[in-house]
Design a binder for this molecule. Structure first.
Ligand code: BF8
Ligand code: SF4
Length: 636
């Protein structure tokens, strides 16, 4: 078992307790496996290992020979090719997710799937954004038109940009990207081209490959995040303010506990719905009811729209099962550790997979399709109720830790709260407070946990520093969970962490909005797909001021990124013009060209760039320096 102390692994007290329980029960966790991987391959770390043909693997020695692979590829070429493939991997996750959402909307519009259109308002708003006339149309035919318009992106065989980017991005950005030749036409085509471009003996120009990286970043941003969020809001509703709790203490000893994990709200929404409908069956089985809680971005999706509590984030997903109190964990796609089957096998917990592309040996597979969503939901919830009867009370130990959470901060919710201050011009109070320095700037803190860094540590320490300097934080993904666990998503968090000027603004808006206290200092905007909400907010602020997004006193940060998706989202953010911090270095450091372009030269092209800094306090200092520079340039 592990040599690291629990304090070296996580700052989460609930996770630390469960790590001790796992050790005493001889259950292997991700941290044990991390140690068994040490030392990790230095060539892989630097990105200088190539397996793109069967003459390889080839690797470059950054300090000597060999300097080229068998075909002649050097470190710059190998690194940039690998990076582009990483980005395709990340973008493919989001694009596939968004495509499924379009299919769901189409199935609902055609009466073939048991969901409602929860937001007629968003449907009209998206139709208007796409230039689809709404007059006199019934909801279902309008929904069908919108779904087909979104699906057109995948059918575009012209050289014109994909329609969703033209509908969604600011004109100033479209002009910049058009000049660089990085406007995506069809997401599937661009990902295919990138795989071709990176194959043995095709592109040998690292700068050309890096431009292709920016294009795939835009594929992720507009064919993945933006389509996904727009369509899911229509189907499942636009998030509004909710109050709940976070951390493993939300599990309830006497209830059937079901965890939803993954990313697809079409699955997790149905689990929530059927948990409510089958409460009686749970009581008949001797439970007090059913508790649904969330892990990773499925957790964020049902938190935002249904007020479902958060159980835990990526790195401690196995530890949720170690509580012994989880009757079923229902998973869909992405960020699901294959090891969950082994951990569940040590308890009565049923691990339930739902998606055809994400099966796990040892799990129960209950297939989801839009048409059989209700059957899937019922069967999964009944499987959990049945498992509850087999729970071994001696193995149950639920950590007492949980924190209050306020979430649901869609752009619509934020604008709605501001409208209580200035109904005629809702963005004005925000802009005025940015101008007068009460809000120094805004940072989107997003992304994952990573076994290479102490869980939640970089995120929490950096956010503390930024809040103390009156920087407003918005969060998504596992970072949203992280900040939830330590009270940053509550009014109390504002009093504890926000600088006095920021606190005054949060209090004024919170009181005007009828919350009876300050807004949280960290506004949780949702899942990683919901990062498009941050893009929309930045575009609205830049539009209001008549400047480019790159001129705003704003930044993005992924303090503990692990997934390919985080790299592709970060690339979208930087291409959007945002200064983008990474707390873990992407695997590109073996290429001087990649490092120079990504951390410096790209700023001249698109206004944004990457900044790598693993130390949370140094990172906060770097981000603050950027914000001050942008304020000075705007003369505020
Ligand atoms: O899409 S933050 S660990 S769960 S990749 Fe995964 Fe990272 Fe969590 Fe959500 Ni995003
Ligand atoms: Fe080696 Fe070139 Fe083949 Fe890569 S593509 S494995 S560098 S020979």
């Amino acid at each position: 078992m592990s040599n690291m102390t629990n304090e070296g692994k996580t700052i989460d007290p609930a996770a630390a307790e469960m790590l001790s329980k796992a050790a005493s029960e001889k259950i292997e966790t991700t941290w044990d496996r991390y140690e068994k991987q040490q030392p990790q391959c230095g060539f892989g770390e630097l990105g200088v290992c190539c397996r793109n043909c069967l003459q390889g693997p080839c690797r470059i020695n950054p300090f000597g020979e060999p300097k080229r692979g068998i075909c002649g590829a050097d470190a710059d070429l190998i690194v940039t090719r690998n990076l582009l493939r990483t980005l395709v991997g990340g973008a493919a996750c989001h694009v596939d997710h968004a495509f499924d959402a379009c299919e769901q909307l189409l199935a609902v519009a055609e009466g073939n799937a048991p969901y409602e259109i929860k937001s007629a308002e968003k449907l009209s708003a998206i139709a208007r954004k796409c230039g689809i006339p709404t007059d006199g149309k019934d909801e279902k035919s309008l929904a069908k038109e919108v779904a087909l318009r979104a699906l057109e992106n995948f059918q575009n065989i012209t050289e014109e940009p994909m329609n969703w980017i033209s509908h969604s991005a600011p004109q100033e950005r479209l002009d910049v990207w058009g000049k660089l030749g990085i406007l995506p036409r069809n997401p599937d085509r661009e990902m295919r081209v990138a795989m071709h471009q990176t194959s043995m003996g095709v592109d040998a120009d690292p700068v050309n490959l890096l431009l292709a990286c920016l294009k795939i970043g835009l594929v992720d941003g507009y064919a993945g995040l933006q389509i996904g969020t727009d369509i899911q809001d229509i189907l499942f509703g636009v998030p509004s303010a909710v109050k709940t709790a976070a951390n493993l203490g939300v599990l309830e000893k006497d209830k059937v506990n079901i965890l939803v994990h993954g990313h697809v709200p079409a699955v997790s929404e149905k689990i929530v719905e059927w948990s409510r409908k089958l409460e009686g069956e749970a009581k008949a089985a001797g439970a007090d009811g059913i508790m649904v809680a969330g892990i990773c971005c499925s957790g964020n999706e049902v938190l935002m729209r249904q007020g479902i509590p958060l159980a835990t984030n990526y790195l401690s997903q196995e530890l949720a099962i170690v509580t012994g109190a989880v009757d079923a964990m229902v998973v869909d796609v992405q960020c699901i550790m294959p090891s969950l089957a082994q951990v569940a096998g040590c308890y009565h917990t049923k691990l339930i997979t739902t998606m055809p592309i994400a099966k796990i040996p040892g799990a129960v597979h209950i297939p989801y399709t839009p048409e059989r969503a209700d059957e899937m939901g019922q069967e999964a919830v009944r499987t959990a109720i049945k498992a509850f009867a087999a729970r071994d009370g001696r193995k149950v130990d639920i950590p007492a830790h949980k924190s209050e959470v306020w979430a649901g901060f869609s752009v619509e919710t934020i604008v709605g709260a501001l409208a209580k201050v200035d109904p005629a011009d809702p963005l004005k109070p925000l802009i005025d407070n940015i101008k007068n320095g009460n809000i120094l700037g805004a940072v989107g803190v997003v992304g994952c946990n990573n076994a290479k860094v102490k869980q939640d540590y970089i995120t929490v320490e950096m956010v503390k520093d930024l809040l103390a300097e009156n920087v407003l934080i918005v969060a998504t993904g596992c970072t949203g969970h992280a900040l939830a666990k330590y009270g940053f998503l509550s009014p109390e968090g504002a009093k504890k962490y926000a600088g006095s000027k920021l606190l005054a603004v949060l209090t004024a808006v919170g009181e005007a909005a009828g919350l009876g206290g300050p807004l949280p200092p960290v506004l949780h905007m949702g899942s990683c797909v919901d990062n498009s909400r941050i893009g929309d907010l930045l575009a609205a602020l830049a539009g209001y001021l008549g400047v480019s997004i790159s001129q705003l006193p704003a930044a993005a940060s992924a303090p503990e990124l692990q997934h390919e998706k985080a790299v592709s989202i970060g690339t979208w953010a930087a291409t959007l013009g945002v200064f983008t911090h990474c707390g873990v270095a992407p695997q590109v450091l073996g290429s001087p060209v990649a490092v120079k372009v990504l951390t410096s030269d790209m700023e001249g092209l698109v206004g944004g760039k990457f900044y790598v800094e693993p130390d949370p306090h140094a990172a906060a200092t770097g981000i603050l320096a950027h914000i001050h520079k942008k304020r000075a340039a705007l003369g505020i």
